[in-house]
Write a protein that binds this ligand. Structure first.
Ligand code: AMP
Ligand code: ZN
Ligand code: FE
Ligand code: FE
Length: 282
C-alpha cells in the first residue's frame, strides 16, 4: 500500500495534468493519491474522471497561509466538501491576491534590470492555473535569465530575496477552521522545511491542534532526520496523525511520486476524522 497525500498538477505549479498524474499513480501502484494544488480545487473533476480501479483519490488543496508574524505556512486540506462556500471564498481570495503580488515582484525584478513582464509569465502558465513563483521562474528561464526553476529560486525568487513579495493569505488557524467547517481534515505541510525561510517553533503546534489540526506531514524531502524526529515527537505529544508525501510537481521539481508516503494506519485514522467518507474510487 503506497499512500501519497500531497501532489500538484498543472492546475497550480505542477507540470502534469490531473489525468496524467492519476495515470502515473496507477502505473506506479500507488493505492491512495491526494491531489493538493495550491489554492484551487479546479483539477478535481478531471482527476475523478481519470480514475480506474486500484487507485483511491483524496481530493484536496494546499492552502498558502501566513502567521501573524509573517511566517509562511502551507496547510493541506483533504476530503473537504468542494462546494463549501467558505472554503471556496478563502481559496479565491488568495488566488486573486497572487496577481498584484506577481506584478510587484516583476516590478522589483525590472528595477534591478532583469527582463521579465506579466505577459511573459502568462505565456508560460497554463490557462486557469493558480499563479505562483514557479511561473515567474519559468518566464525567467524562457527569457534566458536563469537556466532552471531551481536556479530562479536560488538566485532571485526565494523568500529571503529582495524581490520576494508575500500575497494575502489566511492565518494557519483560519485555514484549519475553514477546512474543518467544510468537513475536511487539516494537515500541516513541510512545517520544518527551514531552507524555505523562517519556520514555526515547537510551541506553535498546540494552538493549531486547538484550532482543529489533524495531522503533521513528517516525511517530506525538505525535512532531514532531525526535523522528522522533532515533528514526530510533537505529533505524538499532541496526538496528531503522522503523514508523509512526495509533494510531486511533475518536471517542476526533483520530487518523484511516492518518494515519501503515509502509513496505512495513519491514513485510516486521518480519513475517519473527516465528516463523511469522501474518498473517490472508480
Ligand atoms: P508561491 O506559492 O507563489 O509562493 O510559490 C511557492 C512554490 O514554489 C511552492 O509550491 C514550491 O513548491 C515552489 N518552489 C519553491 N522552491 C522551489 C525550487 N527551488 N524549485 C522549484 N519550485 C520551487
Ligand atoms: Zn508548488
Ligand atoms: Fe508547500
Ligand atoms: Fe506542495
Amino acid at each position: 500500500m503506497m499512500i501519497d497525500l500531497h501532489t500538484h498538477t498543472d492546475c497550480s505549479d505542477g507540470t502534469d495534468s490531473p489525468a496524467q498524474l492519476v495515470n502515473k499513480a496507477l502505473a506506479q501502484g500507488i493505492s491512495v493519491l491526494a491531489i493538493t494544488d495550491h489554492d484551487t480545487t479546479s483539477g478535481w473533476s478531471a482527476a475523478q474522471q481519470a480514475i480506474r480501479p486500484g487507485l483511491s483519490l483524496a481530493l484536496g488543496a494546499e492552502i498558502s497561509c501566513l502567521t501573524k508574524d509573517g511566517i509562511s505556512v502551507h496547510m493541506l486540506g483533504l476530503l473537504f466538501d468542494g462546494e463549501n462556500v467558505g472554503m471556496q471564498e478563502m481559496l479565491e481570495n488568495t488566488r486573486d491576491s497572487r496577481i498584484p503580488r506577481a506584478r510587484k515582484m516583476i516590478e522589483l525584478l525590472n528595477d534591478a534590470g532583469i527582463k521579465i513582464s506579466m505577459d511573459d509569465v502568462e505565456s508560460v502558465k497554463p490557462v486557469g492555473a493558480t499563479l505562483g513563483r514557479p511561473h515567474i521562474a519559468d518566464a525567467l528561464v524562457k527569457n534566458g535569465v536563469v537556466a532552471s526553476r531551481d536556479e530562479a529560486f536560488t538566485d532571485l525568487l526565494n523568500n529571503n530575496s529582495p524581490y520576494y513579495v508575500a500575497h494575502l493569505a489566511p492565518t494557519p488557524e483560519e485555514a484549519i477552521s475553514t477546512i474543518r467547517r467544510a468537513g475536511g481534515v487539516a494537515v500541516i505541510a513541510h512545517a520544518f522545511a527551514s531552507l524555505r525561510g523562517q519556520v514555526l517553533s515547537a510551541e506553535d503546534f498546540s494552538p493549531l491542534k486547538n484550532a482543529g489540526l489533524n495531522a503533521i506531514e513528517v516525511n517530506h524531502r525538505d525535512h532531514g532526520n532531525e526535523e522528522r524526529s522533532a515533528l514526530a515527537r510533537i505529533a505524538r505529544e499532541l496526538d496528531l496523525v503522522i503523514s508523509g508525501a512526495s509533494d510531486y510537481h511533475g518536471t517542476g521539481k526533483l520530487n518523484s511520486l511516492g518518494e515519501n508516503f503515509t502509513e496505512q494506519a495513519q491514513w485510516e485514522r486521518l480519513e475517519s476524522e473527516a465528516d463523511q467518507r469522501r474518498v473517490v474510487r472508480a
